[in-house]
Each structure stands twice: as structure tokens, then as C-alpha cells.
Design a protein around this ligand. Structure first.
Ligand SMILES: *[C@@H]1O[C@H](CO)[C@@H](O)[C@H](O)[C@H]1NC(C)=O
Ligand SMILES: *[C@@H]1O[C@H](CO)[C@@H](O)[C@H](O)[C@H]1NC(C)=O
Ligand SMILES: *[C@@H]1O[C@H](CO)[C@@H](O)[C@H](O)[C@H]1NC(C)=O
Ligand SMILES: *[C@@H]1O[C@H](CO)[C@@H](O)[C@H](O)[C@H]1NC(C)=O
Ligand SMILES: *[C@@H]1O[C@H](CO)[C@@H](O)[C@H](O)[C@H]1NC(C)=O
Ligand SMILES: *[C@@H]1O[C@H](CO)[C@@H](O)[C@H](O)[C@H]1NC(C)=O
Ligand SMILES: *[C@@H]1O[C@H](CO)[C@@H](O)[C@H](O)[C@H]1NC(C)=O
Ligand SMILES: *[C@@H]1O[C@H](CO)[C@@H](O)[C@H](O)[C@H]1NC(C)=O
Ligand SMILES: *[C@@H]1O[C@H](CO)[C@@H](O)[C@H](O)[C@H]1NC(C)=O
Ligand SMILES: *[C@@H]1O[C@H](CO)[C@@H](O)[C@H](O)[C@H]1NC(C)=O
Ligand SMILES: *[C@@H]1O[C@H](CO)[C@@H](O)[C@H](O)[C@H]1NC(C)=O
Ligand SMILES: *[C@@H]1O[C@H](CO)[C@@H](O)[C@H](O)[C@H]1NC(C)=O
Length: 514
């Protein structure tokens, strides 16, 4: 009876019931609620205060017939949640509450198998409906009829295999539709008919293999489409027809192995396209043509080895290109013709042995960050690169096979020009200093074994090392070599890194001035 004194409004009969049946659960409920006022509405349902201040009715272990015959009143409740109810089949007569004020209906985890036509027809002002984590396999075409004000429908963690035509036909206000974690293999091209206001569609973690023509043709206001973690291999050339307002398309973690020309052409408002963790091995000509407003393109974790001519054509607004974790052995900045907005290029975790740029190609005026971490580079033509990337700020170089001779000269060259050469994305210049000091200290520093002839690759920009520059800097190094006893080796550990860099910096400055 101690509990009674704390919760004065609980009727004696109810307390007895609670003490016998379920004391622990109810006491926990009382503790967890901000306002511990419980009312004995019925043996199964209690009203609490919702976070919005209205009445939240919570029913535990109820059945369909309970809702049908108990005389439950829902005229004051704004929210209704069923916990561990056994609802199996919901019909038009199940929730027969002609007068109700329910805007939120949470039927998560209630063992629902079937939803018959007009099941929710009396919830005239319903805005939120969750049917998450039920074993529903099919839904009748008229199941959601009457829910004209519904904004959010959660059908995740069910067992749908197909999405039939007209399933959501009357949900004209729907904003969010969540179909994640089902078993969907097929979407009828009239499945989404009527969803003229849908903005977010979640189809992650299903088993979709092919995106058929016109799959989303009714979703003219869709902003975000999630199709991650499916088994998509093929995208029909007009799969995305009519999605003219789509801004974000997420196709990560599928099995897409090729893209046809103009695959995304209909997506004229697309800003962000994510194709990470797929099986692309090359980028075909015109794959992204039409995406004139695209700002972010994520192609990481594929198996890309090359970009066909004009493979990136049309991406005139692109800001960021992610090519991390692919299979490129060489890469040419000439792929980026006319991409005058590109600020960031991620080439991390490839197998790059060379990074090139043609002497005749136009500069990339916006590029600020070039990430080459974790490749097999020994050197590149840093002077030409600098010319073609006039606004470069950060060059990320960690985890490569840099030649120490090259590394010192390149580092110095960029330092003078206020370009940060960093080991990782944190871009701490001191770490690069330390790295060079440690790792190049016991490396013998000798002239390029190829001599001073221009090797044939240089004209096309395929550069192993930068001879011209080597010549200029070698002036100082040569005199040191002479002082060291005429050997062709130069022991860098005899100089502090600061002195060394100062030395190189002075030389370059002199050269530049002269
Ligand atoms: C409280 O619930 C019991 C059934 O458990 C019912 O008999 C009783 O009439 C209810 N009291 C009120 C005030 O609703
Ligand atoms: C609303 O329900 C209460 C009981 O919870 C009842 O007394 C009242 O008459 C109902 N009002 C209407 C308009 O149905
Ligand atoms: C239903 O909710 C509206 C506002 O949401 C309120 O004005 C009205 O009084 C409520 N009706 C009942 C019977 O509680
Ligand atoms: C719905 O109810 C379940 C308990 O059955 C709860 O865990 C979940 O957080 C609720 N969902 C929302 C969105 O309120
Ligand atoms: C999906 O289907 C497979 C068999 O095709 C089955 O084993 C699995 O349990 C199903 N998953 C769900 C959530 O229904
Ligand atoms: C991709 O799919 C694999 C296997 O299904 C899974 O283990 C992994 O977590 C997924 N990755 C992402 C980013 O979703
Ligand atoms: C990646 O492509 C290469 C050929 O370019 C191929 O040998 C390899 O099997 C591919 N790897 C995967 C995971 O598809
Ligand atoms: C170098 O860059 C920093 C920050 O980006 C800037 O504050 C500084 O003025 C620049 N110095 C020169 C010489 O351009
Ligand atoms: C880098 O080193 C300089 C001088 O040694 C020091 O003043 C500065 O704080 C260091 N910067 C960082 C980020 O460690
Ligand atoms: C020297 O190189 C190794 C391997 O690349 C690296 O792990 C280590 O951190 C480097 N030393 C310094 C001081 O950066
Ligand atoms: C430099 O010295 C360290 C340890 O003294 C050694 O592990 C490393 O292999 C040496 N590097 C070269 C290039 O000799
Ligand atoms: C470089 O100089 C250090 C100390 O001055 C010495 O221990 C080392 O053996 C020298 N290395 C070479 C390659 O001459």
C-alpha cells in the first residue's frame, strides 16, 4: 500500500491488479515518465502525458478484439502506442473510433501479419504511423486509404518481397516513407502512385537487383532516395525518369559494375551522388552527363582502373570527387577538362605509380586539396602540377614511396609558395618536417641516375622526376658534395632539417628571382 500514497490517483482495484500481475513494469513506467499520473482507463491501456503535453495512451498486450469491443475512448488522446500487442490481422473494424484525436499511432513490434482495406480509415488526422518490426508480407492496395494527412509512414523491418501498384495511393501528404530492411526484390512502376508530396524514400537493406524503367516516375517531389545495401547490378537508362527534384541519391554498397551513357540524365537537380562500394571498373564516356548541378560524387571503394575519354564530361559544378580505395595505377588530371569548380580530389588508397598532367591542358583553377595518401608514388612533376593547380592549398602525401631527393625539393618548392605538404588530413606541417628528417636522414642523396636528358615521357607530362629543377637545386647540393670529399653522396643527417630547408629555400628563391 506504500505505492498508493505516492500515486494517489490510482484506484485500489488497479493497484491490486498491478501488484499481482506486473508490478515491476508499471513501477518502471512511473519512474521513467516525467509526469507519473496514471489513469485506470482499462485493464490494458493507460494514459500518460505525451512529450507534447497531450494524452498518450499506451496499451500493453492488447488484441484486435480488445480495441473492437472494450469501449476504449480515444477522443482525448493524441498519441496511441501498442506495446507487445498481438494484432495479427488489422481490419476496418479493429480501430473503429469515429471520434478520435489521434495524430500519432505507434504499432511497432506487434506481430501484425495482415492489414486489410481501410484499416486506419477512422484516423482522420493521423500524421505518424509506425508499423516497424512486424512480419507483414503483403499489404492490400487500400490498406492505407483515408490517411490523407499522414506525413510519416514507417514500414521498416517487415517482410515485403514486392511493392505492389497503388499501395500508397491516398497518402497525398506523405513526406517520409521508410521501407528499409525488408526483402523487396521488385517494385511495380505504379507502386508509388499518388505520393505527390513524398520527399524521403528509404529502400536500404533490401534485395533489389535491377532498377527498372520508370520505377519512381510518380515521385516528382522526391528529394532524397536511399537504395544502399541492395544487390543492384543494373540501372535501366530511364530508371530515374521524372525525379527532377531529387537532390541526393545514395547507391552505396550494391553490385553496380557499369553505368550506361546518360544514366542519370533525368536527375537535373541532383547535388550528391554516392556510388561507394560497388563494382565499377571503369567510367564510361558520358556516364554522368546531364548532372550539371552535381557537387559531390563519391566513387570510393570500387575497382576503377581508368576513366574513358569524356567519362566525367558534364560535371561542371562538381566540388568534391572521391576516388578513394580504387585500383588506379596511373592518373591524369586531364580527365578534369572544364571542371572549373572542383576543389577537392581524393585519390587515397589506390596503386598510383604516376600522376600526370599534360603541358597543354587548361589549369584547374579551383582545386585546393589533392589527396594522394597511400599509393606507390615516388615522384611527380611538382612544378608543372603547381602551374596547373594555381590555387592548390593542401597536398596530402603520406604512405607512398617517395624518393628522398624528390621529397625535399618538392617540399621546399611548395613551402615557398604557401602550399601545405602534409602526411594526413590533419595537415600538420611539423609532422612532415619530422617525417623527412627521420626517414630521409640515412638515405644517401645522389643525382638522378638517368642524367640530365629529357626522357621521352616528359613532353606528355609523364614525369618520374623533375630534371630541370634538380639541376637548379643540385648546385647547392653539389657544392656540399664537394665539401664532403668529392663523393657523389650527400649525408643529410649531418645537417639539421631547418638548415637544410633554409638552404633549399634560399636556393629556390634565388633561382626564382634570377
Ligand atoms: C478500472 O479497471 C477495472 C478493470 O481492471 C474496471 O473494473 C474499473 O471499472 C476501472 N475503473 C475506472 C474508474 O475506469
Ligand atoms: C470523450 O470521452 C470521455 C471519456 O473519456 C467522455 O466522457 C466524453 O463524453 C467523450 N466526448 C465526446 C465528445 O465523445
Ligand atoms: C482534439 O485536439 C484539438 C487540438 O489538437 C483540440 O482542440 C480538441 O479539443 C481535441 N478534442 C478533444 C475531444 O479532446
Ligand atoms: C514506438 O514504440 C516502441 C515501443 O513499442 C518504442 O520503442 C519506439 O521508440 C516508439 N517509436 C517512436 C517513433 O516513438
Ligand atoms: C528474407 O527472405 C529470406 C529468404 O528469401 C529469408 O530467409 C529471410 O528470413 C527473409 N527476411 C525477412 C526479414 O523476412
Ligand atoms: C556493405 O555491405 C556489407 C555486406 O552486406 C556490410 O557488411 C557492410 O557493413 C556494408 N557497408 C556499409 C557502409 O553499409
Ligand atoms: C578488379 O579489376 C581487376 C582488373 O582490372 C580484376 O583482376 C580484379 O578481379 C577486380 N577485382 C574485383 C574485386 O572485382
Ligand atoms: C599563407 O597562408 C596563410 C593561411 O592560408 C595566410 O595567412 C598567409 O598570409 C599566406 N602567406 C603568404 C606569403 O601568402
Ligand atoms: C610547429 O613547430 C613550431 C616550431 O617548432 C611551433 O611553434 C608550432 O607550434 C608547431 N605547430 C604544431 C601544430 O605543432
Ligand atoms: C618514417 O616512415 C615510416 C614509414 O613510412 C613512418 O611510419 C614513420 O612515422 C616515419 N617517421 C616519422 C618521424 O614520421
Ligand atoms: C634508416 O634507419 C632506420 C633505423 O635506423 C632503418 O629502420 C631504416 O630502414 C633506414 N632507412 C634507410 C632508407 O636506410
Ligand atoms: C651520415 O652521418 C652520420 C653521422 O654524422 C653517420 O653515423 C652515418 O654513418 C652517415 N651515413 C652515411 C651514409 O655516410
Amino acid at each position: 500500500m506504500e505505492i498508493c500514497s505516492h500515486i494517489s490517483r490510482i484506484k485500489v482495484t488497479f493497484v491490486v491488479y498491478v501488484l499481482i500481475v506486473n508490478i515491476i513494469i508499471i513501477v518502471e513506467n512511473v519512474r521513467s515518465e516525467a509526469s507519473p499520473m496514471l489513469e485506470n482507463i482499462s485493464s490494458s491501456c493507460l494514459t500518460k502525458q505525451s512529450v507534447l503535453g497531450g494524452e498518450h495512451m499506451v496499451c500493453v498486450n492488447a488484441t484486435p478484439s480488445y480495441f473492437q469491443y472494450s469501449g476504449l475512448k480515444l477522443n482525448r488522446s493524441h498519441w496511441l502506442t501498442c506495446v507487445r500487442c498481438n494484432l495479427n490481422v488489422i481490419k476496418e473494424s479493429t480501430f473503429n473510433f469515429p471520434k478520435n484525436n489521434v495524430s500519432y499511432l505507434n504499432l511497432t513490434d506487434n506481430n501484425i501479419l495482415t492489414i486489410e482495406p481501410y484499416s486506419f480509415g477512422k484516423f482522420h488526422i493521423l500524421k505518424f504511423l509506425s508499423l516497424k518490426r512486424n512480419p507483414i508480407e503483403t499489404i492490400d492496395a487500400k490498406a492505407f486509404n483515408g490517411l490523407r494527412r499522414l506525413l510519416h509512414l514507417d514500414l521498416s523491418f517487415n517482410r515485403f518481397k514486392i511493392v505492389r501498384s497503388n499501395t500508397f495511393a491516398e497518402l497525398e501528404s506523405l513526406d517520409i516513407l521508410n521501407l528499409n530492411w525488408n526483402n523487396i526484390t521488385y517494385i511495380h512502376n505504379d507502386a508509388f502512385v499518388g505520393l505527390m508530396n513524398l520527399k524521403y524514400l528509404y529502400l536500404n537493406y533490401n534485395k533489389i537487383k535491377t532498377l527498372l524503367a520508370d520505377s519512381f516516375k510518380h515521385l516528382t517531389n522526391l528529394k532524397i532516395l536511399y537504395l544502399e545495401n541492395n544487390r543492384i547490378r543494373e540501372i535501366h537508362p530511364v530508371a530515374f525518369n521524372n525525379l527532377r527534384n531529387l537532390n541526393y541519391l545514395y547507391l552505396n554498397n550494391n553490385s553496380i559494375s557499369y553505368l550506361v551513357q546518360y544514366n542519370f540524365k533525368q536527375l537535373s537537380s541532383l547535388v550528391d551522388l554516392q556510388l561507394r562500394s560497388n563494382s565499377l571498373s571503369e567510367i564510361q564516356t558520358s556516364s554522368f552527363n546531364g548532372l550539371s548541378g552535381l557537387k559531390f560524387l563519391y566513387l570510393g571503394q570500387n575497382n576503377l582502373t581508368r576513366i574513358q575519354p569524356y567519362g566525367l564530361i558534364g560535371l561542371n559544378s562538381l566540388l568534391i570527387l572521391d576516388l578513394i580505395g580504387n585500383n588506379f595505377k596511373q592518373f591524369s588530371l586531364d580527365n578534369f577538362k572544364n571542371m572549373n569548380s572542383l576543389t577537392t580530389l581524393w585519390l587515397e588508397k589506390n596503386k598510383l605509380r604516376s600522376i600526370t598532367v599534360n603541358e597543354d591542358s587548361d589549369p584547374l583553377p579551383a582545386l585546393k586539396i589533392l589527396d594522394m595518401i597511400d599509393n606507390s608514388l615516388r615522384s611527380f612533376n611538382y612544378k608543372l602540377l603547381s602551374e596547373k593547380l594555381p590555387n592548390i592549398q593542401d597536398i596530402l602525401i603520406g604512405k607512398n614511396r617517395w624518393n628522398c631527393d624528390f621529397l625535399l625539393k618538392m617540399y621546399n618548392y611548395y613551402s615557398v609558395r604557401n602550399v601545405s605538404v602534409c602526411l594526413d588530413a590533419k595537415c600538420n606541417a611539423n609532422e612532415t618536417d619530422q617525417f623527412i628528417k627521420t626517414n630521409c636522414s640515412n638515405v644517401s642523396f645522389h643525382r638522378d641516375s638517368k642524367g640530365r636528358q629529357h626522357h621521352p615521357g616528359e613532353k606528355t607530362g609523364i614525369i618520374e622526376d623533375d630534371e630541370e629543377d634538380a639541376e637548379q637545386n643540385d648546385f647547392v647540393l653539389d657544392s656540399e658534395v664537394v665539401n664532403n670529399g668529392g663523393s657523389n653522396n650527400f649525408n643529410i643527417s649531418n645537417l639539421s632539417i631547418g638548415v637544410l630547408l633554409l638552404l633549399l629555400r634560399t636556393t629556390t628563391t634565388t633561382t626564382t628571382n634570377g
